[in-house]
Design a protein. Structure first.
Length: 259
């Protein structure tokens, strides 16, 4: 039995699945990662702009960078990996989708209850009163957007380098992995912690870990299965074979974005 067939057998038999997705899934929709921007954005290291210190020093520059990212993501579309995960969520009794991505393409593909470990590009948070709001209807915000309630400067609703993950979201992710029979780790480099530690958490219990990535990662030697390839190729094939087994038998509730 090949690894793909083994993967299908494990997934089809599971009632509780957790999925961790990373930048590789978004890259297949044309969204570059920090390390995939050619190293520079307008002559600067993008990673140096995603910090509280950068925002304090030059909020206009940081907002210029994040407006560019918002525009890029607004034009992107969910790819076959996003759509397959959304449909898989309707085939099993319990699927928890945990993502490191900030583009909300999973939600646009039809997934619901997504745990966004690093926040998302379309929410903003007030640096004064702390109120968060969704600004997805306006891809490009003013150079220095202000809070409607108190007038203080708004910041992107993402987790920057040096900041902690949202505590409730992280607790929910850990709980989902502890409950899961299978953890799919898809398109992540497995080097960004604490998210990468979810695979280790899964392995402490009886959860099977299946990795899908273009190339091996630091966790590859310790997982149950490692399938090398594009998530947009592998996941639809897994989904098609799981549906063919009839083991999960539930009608999909996903509502993929019309194209």
């Amino acid at each position: 039995m090949d690894d793909l067939a083994r993967c299908v057998g494990i997934v089809a038999a599971a009632e509780r699945i957790a999925v961790l997705t990373g930048a590789g899934v978004s890259a297949e929709s044309g969204i570059p990662t920090f390390r995939g921007l050619g190293g520079l954005w307008n002559g600067r290291d993008p990673m140096s702009l995603a910090t509280p210190q950068a925002f304090a020093a030059d909020p206009a520059l940081v907002w210029e960078f994040y407006n560019w990212r918002r525009e890029l993501v607004a034009e992107a579309r969910p790819n076959p990996a996003h759509l397959a995960l959304a449909e898989l969520g309707g085939l099993v009794p319990e699927l928890t989708l945990i993502t490191q991505n900030v583009d909300r393409l999973h939600q646009r593909a039809g997934s619901w209850g997504v745990l966004e470990l690093h926040g998302n590009l379309f929410e903003v948070r007030c640096t004064g009163c702390g109120i968060s709001s969704d600004r997805s209807g306006t891809p490009t915000l003013p150079a220095l957007p202000r809070c409607d309630e108190c007038g203080h400067l708004l910041r992107p609703g993402v987790v920057w380098f040096g900041e902690g993950l949202p505590p409730e979201t992280w607790r929910a992710a850990e709980a989902a992995v502890r409950r899961a029979e299978v953890l799919l780790v898809v398109g992540t480099s497995a080097v960004v912690y604490p998210a990468a530690g979810l695979a280790t958490l899964a392995r402490r219990g009886s959860c099977r870990v299946i990795e899908i990535n273009l190339e091996p990662t630091p966790i590859s030697s310790g997982v149950d299965l490692c399938l090398l390839g594009k998530a947009g190729d592998v996941l639809p094939e897994v989904l098609a074979r799981v549906r063919a087994t009839g083991n999960n038998g539930l009608t999909s509730s996903a509502s993929p974005e019309a194209t």
